[in-house]
Every structure is written in C-alpha cells, then in structure tokens.
Design a protein around this ligand. Structure first.
Ligand code: FAD
Ligand code: NAD
Length: 367
C-alpha cells in the first residue's frame, strides 16, 4: 500500500517552467492543485538567489535557483487561485538574453514533507517599537523588498539572533497593528510589515536581546508554521478564546478573521487571564470592540488583582470555565481556542474535556 501512496504523491508533484522577454523573467509553478492562495506562496529573491516555496497541506514544493544574471529587487507574484498556477515575475537588471534560468540549489524542484524541509530565514529591519504595557512592546518588522510572505491566522514564525556568539531561535505569533474597529477599512496586512507583541522578561535571554535592538537593526524571521486551520472557525457559531498573558497574540488575527469574514458566527467571547490590571494587553481596544460589535464580549480575570478590582479573580478553573464557556444555543457548534503558559493551556484543555467538550471543539496553541 505504501508504494501506491508514493507513486500517487509523485503524480501530484508540482512542476515549473520559465520564459523571458527583453525585460522580464517569468517563472511559472504549476501546483496541480486548486485553491492556492497568497498564504501558501512564499517567495524570496535577494541578490541572484530565487527561492519560491509553495505550501500544500503538510508538503512543500520548492524552486531554489542561483539565477544566471542579476535581477532588480522588485518581484511580482501572481496567483491564479482556481487553476493553481503561480507566476513569479522578475525584472532583468540588464537587457540580455538568458541562456538558462540558473543553477539549481539545495532542494530545488523537490516536493517533500514540510517538516523535512527546514526553516528558511530572511533578514527583516526593525522599523518601530512601541509600548503596549509596562513590560510588553509591539515590534514592527519590515520584510525585504524581494520577499512575498504572509503569516496565516493562527500561525507563528521563529526569530533568530546571535546572542553572545550563539544562534538563538524563539517562536512568536504575529498580530495586527491594532484590533479591527472599523470593518469598512481594508484589512491591515499590507504584505510588507510583520507586527509582533512581545513581553520583555527581565532575565529573558532572547527578549532582552530583542529589547536592545535599535531601529534600523536587522533580525532573521522564518517561514510561518503551525497547525491551526481557518476552516475550524468557518463552520462555528460560537467562538470562545481563552488567553493567558501573551497567549493573547494568536487571538488577535483570529478575532479579526472571525468578526470580518465568518458570517455564521453568532458569538465571539474572549476570556483573558492576567496577573494584574497593568498586564492586560490592548484592554482599551478590546472594550471598544465589545461596544462596537454586539457579537463580541470580553471578560478579564486577574490572578493577582489589587484590592479595588471589582471584576473576576482567580486562575483557570473548572468553575470559572463552566461560568463563562457556554453555547449560545443548546446545539450550537462551538470552537474553543486556548493559549498561554503551558500549565494554563494543559489545565484548561483538561477542564474543558471534563465539562464535556470534545477534542474537535478545542484548539490548543502550543509550541
Ligand atoms: P527565557 O530566557 O526563556 O526565560 C523567560 C522567563 O522565564 C524569564 O523571566 C526566566 O527567568 C523565566 N524562566 C525560564 N525558564 C524557567 C523555568 N523553567 N521556570 C521558571 N521560570 C523560568 N511570547 C511573546 O511575548 N509573544 C508571542 O507572540 C509569543 N508567541 C509564541 C508562540 C509560540 C508557538 C510559543 C511556543 C511561544 C511564544 N512566545 C511568545 C514565547 C516566546 O517564544 C519566548 O518563550 C519568550 O519570549 C521568552 O523568551 P526569553 O528567551 O526572553 O526567555
Ligand atoms: P503570566 O505569567 O503573566 O500569566 C498570565 C496568566 O496566566 C496568569 O494571570 C494566570 O491566570 C495564568 N497562569 C500563569 N501561570 C499559570 C499556571 N502555572 N497555572 C495556571 N494558570 C497560570 O503569562 P506570560 O508571562 O504573559 O506568559 C505567556 C505564556 O504564553 C508564555 O509561556 C508563552 O510561551 C506562551 N505563549 C504561547 C504561544 C503559543 O504556544 N502559540 C503564543 C503566545 C504565548
């Protein structure tokens, strides 16, 4: 049976071709799959190196070439979604006829398991750093000109930096620059900037180094990764988000996606666990959003409140969850997403299962 699977996988393997005009080089990738969208196409073109990766479920197809001649930094990517064709259009620096596209590099023209591919990093420039709370900052990174990359809802990237001579890698979940308050506005991902909301730990190895980056400095950012599927939300009527501290970060794009693109959702509720009031991320924006959109509700729960906190207190528990996690109708379809410190997520999933929610109704964001 294995052999059958292997040969059918080969038939489905994408292929590529290229052609040229006086000014342009066009590389065409035929994915042989419908519904290819911009989330699944990652292109990097720097110097004379072209790398194009197409994500197809748990597989990836790669074009990786050391180009024959120089091209400019402007790279256009066209996706014919329905026919699954991807065009990468490069501008020749010199008006010469190319005899060949270039020399194949590692992994060129291969179709393999994503987990076997290894992560690709490109250097991004830090363009701004703004305070969110006393210890958390919003970092805005700019992708290089020749890069086309979108981080899908629910996925994270890895940042890589050399600290005291050693390469250190940590995962972070991109957010939006702000929550969607005005649904008339076009989506705020411009394809160029990546926003990261990062808590700086006073003894943290990586976050201390990040905090010391200056505007204009560079940091390496990987391709996206993660198991979350948007389709889990698209069929839900109630969406419940349980976040602990910076476990809020995956909820940002999820909220935006749910409230702007999922028409069957009736209720969206964020239950946000923090130590103190000062630790609540984007509290004002969340309260504004709740006023603006009647489907959305937010509940803050503090584990170390000051004595004047009149809201809910405590850590995640069966009784808190049975109070706040409910279906809007007896038989409505729910999705519960949970993210935070590992013990928070583990306990939360256990309590939810004890309350009768099935595995399909729960998505835990973990490493
Ligand atoms: P570390 O040096 O690892 O230490 C962190 C803090 O914990 C320090 O105060 C340290 O003293 C303490 N500490 C370390 N080990 C222990 C221990 N065993 N017991 C008790 N205390 C300990 N973080 C964000 O801020 N934003 C995000 O969007 C984000 N996304 C993530 C996505 C994923 C998939 C995962 C797995 C994690 C994510 N994180 C995010 C966390 C992030 O990857 C780092 O773990 C975090 O930034 C801390 O890194 P650090 O090197 O600064 O800290
Ligand atoms: P924090 O220490 O400020 O805690 C926030 C809240 O989480 C607390 O108020 C409490 O209610 C709860 N909590 C903390 N420790 C707990 C425990 N042992 N048991 C039960 N509940 C507990 O949180 P932080 O410093 O902002 O840390 C956020 C965590 O989220 C980090 O560990 C980070 O790695 C993780 N994170 C994971 C992902 C992901 O996996 N995709 C994304 C973002 C953040």
């Amino acid at each position: 049976e294995k052999k059958v699977l292997a040969s059918s996988a080969k038939d489905l393997s994408p292929s590529y071709d290229w052609f040229q005009t006086d000014r342009l080089i066009t590389v065409v990738i035929y994915t042989k799959q419908k519904d290819v969208n911009a989330d699944l196409v990652i292109v990097d073109c720097q110097d004379k190196q072209l790398r194009g990766e197409i994500i197809m479920d748990d597989h990836s197809y790669l074009v990786n070439i050391d180009l024959d001649h120089a091209v400019s930094e402007d790279v256009a990517v066209n996706i014919a979604e329905k026919v699954g064709k991807v065009e990468i259009i490069l501008n020749k620096k010199d008006n010469v006829h190319w005899k060949m596209l270039g020399q194949p590099c590692e992994g060129h023209n291969t179709f393999m398991k994503r987990t076997d591919r290894g992560l690709f990093y490109r250097k991004c420039k830090l363009v701004s750093k703004t305070e969110v709370t006393h210890d958390t900052k919003l970092f805005c990174l700019m992708l290089p000109k020749g890069t086309h990359l979108r981080v899908p809802t629910g996925q994270h990237v890895y940042l890589k930096h050399i600290i005291a001579g050693t390469e250190v890698v940590k995962p972070y979940t991109p957010v939006l620059p702000f929550l969607p308050l005005d649904f008339q506005e076009p989506p705020c991902h411009d394809g160029v900037h990546i926003y990261l909301m990062i808590k700086i730990y006073s003894h943290g190895l990586f976050t201390q180094a990040l905090d010391h980056l200056q505007i204009g400095d560079f940091i390496s950012v990987s391709n996206p990764e993660g198991s979350f599927k948007k389709s889990q939300v698209q069929t839900s009527e109630d969406l419940l988000l349980l976040a602990g501290g910076t476990g809020f970060t995956p909820m940002v794009k999820l909220l935006n996606f749910a409230l702007t693109e999922v028409s069957c959702l009736r209720t969206v509720k964020l239950i946000f666990f923090n130590k103190t009031e000062n630790d609540i991320l984007w509290r004002n924006q969340l309260e504004q959003l709740a006023l603006k959109d009647e489907r959305f509700e937010v509940q803050f729960i503090l584990s170390q409140p000051s004595k004047d906190w009149v809201g809910k207190r405590g850590k995640i528990s069966s009784s808190l969850l049975s109070e706040f996690v409910k279906r809007s109708r007896r038989d409505s379809k729910v999705l519960i997403c949970i993210c935070g410190p590992a013990p928070f997520t583990e306990q939360g999933v256990q309590y939810l299962q004890d309350l009768g929610y099935s595995q399909e109704e729960i998505h835990a964001f973990t490493a």
